[in-house]
Design a protein around this ligand. Sequence first.
Ligand SMILES: Nc1ncnc2c1ncn2[C@@H]1O[C@H](COP(=O)(O)OP(=O)(O)OP(=O)(O)O)[C@@H](O)[C@H]1O
Ligand code: NI
Length: 303
Amino acid sequence: MNALTIDNLTVRIPLADRSVVHAASEVHLAIPAGTVTALVGESGCGKSILASAIMNMLPVESSVSGSVVVQTRDRVVDVFADSSFRGRDVALIPQSASSYLTPVRTARSQLEETIRVLRSHHECDELARLVGLDPRDLDCYPHELSGGMAQRVAIAGALVGDPAVIVADEPTANLDGDLTDRILGLLRRSADDGAAVLLITHDLSSLMRTAVADRVAVMYASRIMETGPAHSVLDDPLHDYTRDLLNALPSRGLNPMPGTAPQLTDLPDECVYHLRRPESTQSGGATELVTVGNRSYRTRVVA
Ligand SMILES: Nc1ncnc2c1ncn2[C@@H]1O[C@H](COP(=O)(O)OP(=O)(O)OP(=O)(O)O)[C@@H](O)[C@H]1O
Ligand code: NI
């Protein structure tokens, strides 16, 4: 059963200067219950916007087509039509955790409120220990917490309702190696307990080290370029972009990516990877996501 299904999602956000952000373009992504999918891609490609779309938290002026559907054990939720899903059915670990916490209340009082509202059986101190915090840290106000501590409070908050879907947006960005492994281990455990986890991350090295993800989805300039089992995508990529991204890793030769990642304002309505890598025969003109077995990759439509 797919706990999260994103079907043909396109999001455009008009800006005051009349330009338009191509935030998501024809995105298809399905995450089965009990699995972790890592969403990777360079800064600014639209990963966090996708997280906002799943939470139905896009800017009000956005134009949206396609659907995001969450299937739990007992109900099916169209997230654009019903916002009662947050917390218990779907939880977000936001990228900027410290701004997500209310500044005037301690971490403990915020976590206690979430536990009360969701009628959760979890306890604050137990959640603190799970995320590697000293329970006494919860008595701090957000400004007294480091970025990494605030992030772990947000992770604890996301676990309160044992949600069917967890969207974790760079949950380990402020954490050192040991804490990164602990948090990725926690997300893995949530998946093993039945959740569908979307793990948004820059950190391909941690993905390789921990093998936390079952599947990897690669995004470039608002589009999905490739999806597949993690080991296949990471060891034997099918898209030129994935190959470039992997070859830039220190462990794979530190070959710099050509050019720079594009801005999403006023992109043409097509894949633009050929502008970055002109010799790629997979981009330029109309493209489609081709599925072969349990993998898919974007390539040019042959006329
Ligand atoms: N609320 C918004 N309104 C308008 N444009 C936005 C909004 N949020 C993000 N954008 C734009 O959408 C693009 C994609 O942003 P997004 O935050 O999704 O990237 P990302 O892939 O998460 O990057 P990073 O890895 O740095 O977090 C950016 O160009 C950003 O400026
Ligand atoms: Ni982001």
